[in-house]
Design a protein around this ligand. Structure first.
Ligand SMILES: Cc1cc2nc3c(=O)[nH]c(=O)nc-3n(C[C@H](O)[C@H](O)[C@H](O)COP(=O)(O)O)c2cc1C
Length: 177
């Protein structure tokens, strides 16, 4: 018989996961003429063959239905000096305010790609997996652009962090990143 689940304190779980350092992205979307976007650190690359990514989005975010309907999204990888962009896209404000005076260019999907990022990938949704209060969205990359060779914005212990003297790893050829 499997053990019954232990009572896991969500606030300690939040602290625990806060020790997992991530980059910060803005996931942008467009349905018809409506632009949307939100700050996302739950983003990872899945495979190189084909190039694909996964993002975990809260179901009640305004941007989530735009992606559900259009079946496309883009991940924009933020540089360390784009913290104000991250803060803006994490606020519960109308999308028009998020994009106000923000330099963007349009990708092949028509989605707004933020200027000044480390790079961006436009993706076509290939899996939509609702789980608890989130949806896991898998996308195949249809177009990519490598941007500035700058330091990344990081998220660690519930706050922003930066890379300090990071060593470049020499990865074996089969490593996914
Ligand atoms: C650093 C950081 C990381 C975040 N990561 C995620 C994430 O991975 N998934 C998510 O759904 N929301 C995430 N959020 C919260 C959303 O950005 C926030 O709920 C946003 O207001 C949603 O915007 P929208 O409702 O206009 O789509 C994050 C916020 C911050 C500050």
């Amino acid at each position: 018989m499997p053990e019954p689940p232990t009572a896991v304190d969500p606030s300690i779980f939040r602290r625990l996961m806060g020790r997992w350092a991530t980059g910060v992205s803005v996931v942008t979307a467009r349905h018809g003429t409506a632009d949307g976007g939100l700050t996302v650190n739950a983003m990872l690359s899945i495979s190189l063959h084909p190039p694909s990514v996964l993002v975990a989005l809260t179901s009640d975010a305004d941007t989530t239905p735009l992606i559900e309907q259009s079946r496309v999204f883009a991940v924009n990888l933020l540089a360390a000096d784009q913290r104000p962009v991250s803060e803006r896209f994490a606020r519960t404000i109308p999308a028009s305010e998020k994009f106000r005076n923000l330099p963007v260019h349009r990708g092949v999907t028509g989605i707004a790609l933020l200027d000044g990022t480390l790079g961006a990938a436009e993706c076509r949704v290939v899996a939509w997996i609702p789980q608890y209060d989130h949806v896991l969205v898998v996308g195949d990359v249809v177009r990519q652009e490598v941007g500035r060779d700058a330091e990344p914005l990081l998220f660690f212990r519930s706050g922003y962090a930066s890379v300090d003297g990071a060593d470049r790893l020499s990865l074996p050829p089969r490593h996914p990143s």
